[in-house]
Every structure is written in C-alpha cells, then in structure tokens.
Design a protein around this ligand. Structure first.
Ligand SMILES: [Zn+2]
Ligand SMILES: [Zn+2]
Length: 429
C-alpha cells in the first residue's frame, strides 16, 4: 500500500505544473451550470489523452470515466464540479454573463485530472480491491432557475442541479462512496478543513396580486401588493428569535418585483427566497412557517398571495469514518494544527442529496485568499489548493480500496434514503 501511495505521489508531482496550467485556463473561461461545454471538453480530452474511456454529454455537460473496466465489487467516486458562479464585481468575470470561478470549482477539476493521470501512470489499478470512478458534474450552483426550468420544459433535464440529475440518470448506481474537495475561503496557508454536516434548503417563489389604483388620488380603491409582501417579510423577521441554534436556520430572500410605476398602487409583486436549515425535519418546519407568514399577510390585505416550493438541496451529512481516513492521510503532509475540524457548513451543496444515499465527504483545502463568490477570491498557493489535496485524496482512495477498508465502512453504514425514496421525495415537490 505504501508503495502504491509513493508511486502516485511521485506522478502527482511530475504532472502538477501541466495541470495547474489547465486550471488557470479554465479560470479564464468560466461557464455557468449546464453550459460548461468548453470546460467539459477540456477535461474529457485530457482524460482521453491519459487512455481513459470517457462517457460525456451526461446531464448535458457532465462526464464519467473509471480506472478499470468491467465489474468491480466496490467503486469509489472522485467528483469535480464543472460550473462557475456569477460574480459581476470580480475583475475576472466573463463579460457575457458575469461567470467566474470564485467558488474554485476549477481547482476541483485540477485535483480530479491530477489523481486520474497519476493513478494511471503509477499502474496501481490491478493492486486495488475495487474501482475508482472520476466524475465531472455540471451545475452545482443553484442559479439561473428560469433558464433551467426552460431546459426542463424542453425535457433536457428534470431536476435543477447536476448531481440530482446524475442520481436520476443512474450514474451513481455503481458507486459505493464519493469524495469531493472544495476551496476553503480566507485560508491562505496550506491546510485542510473537515466538515461534518451542512445546511440544506428549499426554494420559495412568492407572488402577490393586489389591485391597482392611482397612488395619490385613490389609494383607498387599490390593494397594495407591495405592502402585503413587506408584511410577509416582517412576519418572517418576527419569527427569527424562535430559531434553535442547533438547527442553523437561515431565511433569506430578494424582492424580484416591487411594482410597475410609482404613481400607481403596486398590484403585482414577487419575492424569491431560500429556507435553509440543518435537517429535513427543520427545513419542513421552517418551510411551513414561511408559507403561513406570507399567506396570512395576503389575507390581511385581501390580496391574492401564493407561495410555491421547489426542491433545493438536502442537508449534507459527511461520513465520519471516511473523514477519519482523510484526516490520517492529511497528517502525513500537514502538522496537526493545520487540519481544522470545522463542524457545520452553513452553505448548501447538492452533494447533500448524494450524502443521503451513500457515504460521502467534502473536505475543504486552503491556498485561497478572499471569500467564496466574492471579487477578492484568489488562489495564492496552487500547491496547497491542488497538489497537496490531490495527494491526500488519492491516498485516501488507496486506503479505502485496500485491506477491505471500504467493505468494513459499508457494513456499518445505513443510507438515509434509498434511491427510490429520494426520487419520490424530489417528485413530490
Ligand atoms: Zn459556490
Ligand atoms: Zn462551490
């Protein structure tokens, strides 16, 4: 096992400079979810150049390949995300749509390519107890929902995120456990940040229909849909002190339509919001409070208020045993005080959905200056952000596929949901 690790680490060092070049290239050509054609082709071409058989065009722009062919008892997936995020204030934003890699997904693709090439070059496939799948998945950021709903209308996708689509399409059916890494914001030093859980969320679309009238001459004849919406917001704010700390709840929103003209009583207003929390139970609880807050405000004003709910992402549950193996491998490269136990992740990811079906982890890596989705996001140490995490992740995979380690983890593991139950939940919303 140690020999395998040594050979892979050497191959990672040999190929790091080339792949860091590709990562910088992807950063300069960011693409948004379900539109990552160039990015996907770059990764697919690279993997084919390393003698991988790549399936592409999955969930429009995703791809999947594996180290070995044929049936294997166990398969561990290493995941990279293809999409960028809109950050118009970033100096690197694409002029066309504001896309950037200020969430660092290009770094994940670099790690994926580095591990894939190194494992091939080191020739370890035959010595592993199972297979390694490499998956580059589109559309993690939950954005451009109108565009995605249009894709759904055209039957090009059914669910609104990449991993949800990969699950639906059966691309995880042969996977037993999955590892993904993510950039840790404001963390310039070489470091690893371990998370145990993360928030999930539901999306709310609120629409309020009132009655228009002259805003100065006859406001008494109108029904003010903006006031009704704002009363709904005030109801939400009054609820905040009922949130339990352990639920990590967040409700946030934007008014997407505030009226048509100032001299008319606003009769048509809309709001889009997220209801976030740490468990499916608390999301449900919050979701029903959210609905009541707006519906009762509608009633008070005699306005027609409607709230529709769409599936967002499920809470993230990281597998403790997988995290432990990752930490022990990180300890071979980093001092103990550079491996942080971060606990709960307040943001959300569609890896949360997958975490209800199989053991997954999402450790985060340093080498990054600035915040996620922020104009000051910058990679300051590519070794910390790509080369080092690639070695730790590759060694973790080698451990899992040696000495029946993964088989022992799976024996103790019970998924929160079967795939059938998951799809049923998704289709109910
Ligand atoms: Zn992001
Ligand atoms: Zn991200």
């Amino acid at each position: 096992m140690e020999k395998m690790k040594e050979a892979v680490e050497k191959a990672i060092d040999r190929n790091a400079a080339e792949i860091i070049g590709l990562v910088k290239d992807i950063e300069q050509h960011p693409e948004l979810g379900f539109q990552e054609h160039r990015t996907s082709k770059l990764v697919a071409d690279f993997l084919r150049g390393c003698s991988y058989q790549v399936e592409d065009g999955l969930a429009l722009t995703g791809l999947k390949t594996s180290l070995k062919s044929g049936k294997n008892k166990y398969t561990v997936a290493f995941i990279g995300e293809l999409d960028g995020i809109i950050c118009k204030d970033s100096p690197k934003a694409s002029p066309a749509d504001g896309a950037t890699h200020t969430c660092g997904h290009n770094l994940q693709l670099g790690i994926l390519m580095l591990i894939a090439k190194a494992m091939k070059e080191a020739g370890i496939a035959g010595q592993l107890d199972g297979n390694v799948a490499f998956m580059a998945i589109p559309a993690e950021e939950y954005i451009q929902l109108e565009y995605r709903r249009q894709l759904r209308k055209e039957n090009k996708i059914k669910y609104l995120s990449g991993k949800q689509e990969f699950i639906r399409l059966g691309l995880f059916d042969d996977i037993d456990a999955a590892i993904m890494l993510h950039a840790e914001p404001n963390s310039e030093e070489a470091s690893i940040h371990i998370y145990g859980t993360g928030n999930g969320f539901e999306l709310k679309d609120v629409h309020c229909k009132g009655k228009t009238a002259h805003a100065a001459a006859a406001p008494h004849e109108g029904i003010n849909a903006l006031h009704a919406l704002i009363q709904g917001i005030n109801n939400i704010n009054a609820l905040r002190d009922t949130f339990r700390d352990e639920d990590h709840s967040r409700i946030h929103y934007i008014i997407t339509k505030g009226g048509d003209n100032v001299n008319s009583v606003p009769s048509d207003t809309a709001l889009q919001g997220y209801v976030r929390s740490a468990s499916i139970r608390s999301i449900k609880e919050l979701s029903s409070k959210f609905d009541k807050a707006f519906l009762s405000a509608g009633e008070n004003f005699n306005a027609k208020m409607s709230v529709s709910t769409s599936a967002g992402y499920m809470p993230l549950i990281c597998n403790h045993s997988l995290n432990e193996i990752f930490v022990s491998n990180a300890g071979n490269f980093l001092p103990e005080d550079k491996i942080y136990n971060k606990g709960h992740f307040m943001a959300s990811t569609d890896l949360g959905d997958l975490s209800h079906l199989m053991p997954v982890i999402q450790p985060m890596m340093g080498g990054i200056k600035g915040g996620l989705h922020s104009p000051d996001f910058e990679v300051v140490d590519y070794n910390a952000a790509i080369t080092l995490p690639a070695k730790i992740a590759a060694n973790t995979i080698i451990d899992l596929l040696s000495n029946n380690t993964l088989s022992a983890i799976l024996q103790d593991y019970k998924p929160e949901l079967s795939k059938k139950e998951y799809l049923h939940l998704m289709d109910k919303k």
